[in-house]
Design a protein around this ligand. Structure first.
Ligand code: ATP
Ligand code: MG
Length: 245
């Protein structure tokens, strides 16, 4: 279980302060697919980056399976981060490395033996459906295939949590569906908790169990996807529902 308690992030620029995440509290069950939806600037990326401390919170706590990650030292955080994989809208692959070398990268950093890396990389390539593409470079792959590499790399160290920041926003609808199906497959096979942020309602509708709607750094509505979207209360939630009607 992930417990977020009164989490805030204030960015200070020259003259003014901006509360990108504003007193946000929510709980995410182990093994669920939790969606966060909101318009551009709502604070979604900042929120997800606070979960693995790519951003340091201004106040509040993030607890992952009983451990408060906001109080970990640099070294402890490095170890903890192996439990948290992340994928991105623009894939963030290493362009000078092949598919298998990209996937091996986090294993090399974790100090895994060569033999183990080889077995693990092949497992991951099969899991994400990239068999035969081992020696390709990212530039030789389609968008969907690049995201599959991103997913395999994120799973390399067997994380318990997968953070997805607009993971399908750069993909066409059909490829989006195939990546969402892969995420569901991984969620079911590995029991992985997935936190997925998006501005696309159909993504939430297709694979999420619970959802939080964000606006101006705050969660304005949350709960079971069917309930939230069959009885939307806030104007922003109503707008998202209209997207798919
Ligand atoms: P999008 O859908 O466009 O990706 P988002 O919901 O992910 O938007 P964030 O990227 O979290 O939104 O940004 C929330 C607010 O915080 C925005 O107003 C943004 O300009 C601001 N912000 C984000 N990162 C920084 C930063 N490093 N310094 C200053 N302001 C920032
Ligand atoms: Mg964002």
């Amino acid at each position: 279980m992930i417990v977020i308690d009164q989490l805030s992030k204030v960015f200070k620029t020259n003259e003014h302060e901006l509360k990108a995440v504003d007193d946000l509290s929510l709980s995410i069950e182990k093994g669920e697919i939790f969606g966060v939806i909101g318009y551009s600037g709502a604070g979604k990326s900042t929120f997800i980056r606070l979960i693995n401390r790519l951003e340091e919170p201004t106040s509040g706590t993030v607890e992952i399976e009983g451990q408060n990650i906001t109080s970990l030292s640099k070294h402890e955080l490095r170890v903890k981060r192996q439990e948290i994989g992340m994928i991105f809208q623009h894939f963030n692959l290493l362009w000078s490395r092949t598919v298998e070398e990209n996937i091996a990268f986090p294993l090399e950093i974790a100090g895994t033996s060569k033999a183990e890396i080889q077995t693990r990389v092949q497992e991951l390539i099969d899991l994400v459906g990239l068999t035969g593409k081992e020696k390709n470079y990212p530039s030789q792959l389609s968008g969907g295939q690049k995201q599959r590499v991103g997913i395999a790399r994120a799973l390399a160290n067997k994380p318990k949590v997968l953070l997805c920041d607009e993971a399908t926003s750069a993909l066409d609808p059909e490829t989006t569906d195939s990546i969402l199906a892969l995420l569901v497959d991984i969620n079911e096979k590995l029991g992985l908790t997935i936190i997925l942020i998006t501005h696309e309602m159909h993504v939430i509708q297709k694979i999420c169990h619970n959802v939080a709607v964000m606006e101006a750094g705050r969660v304005v509505e949350q709960g079971n996807v069917l309930e939230v979207f069959s009885h939307p209360k806030k104007p922003v939630t109503k707008k998202f529902v209209e997207q798919v009607m």
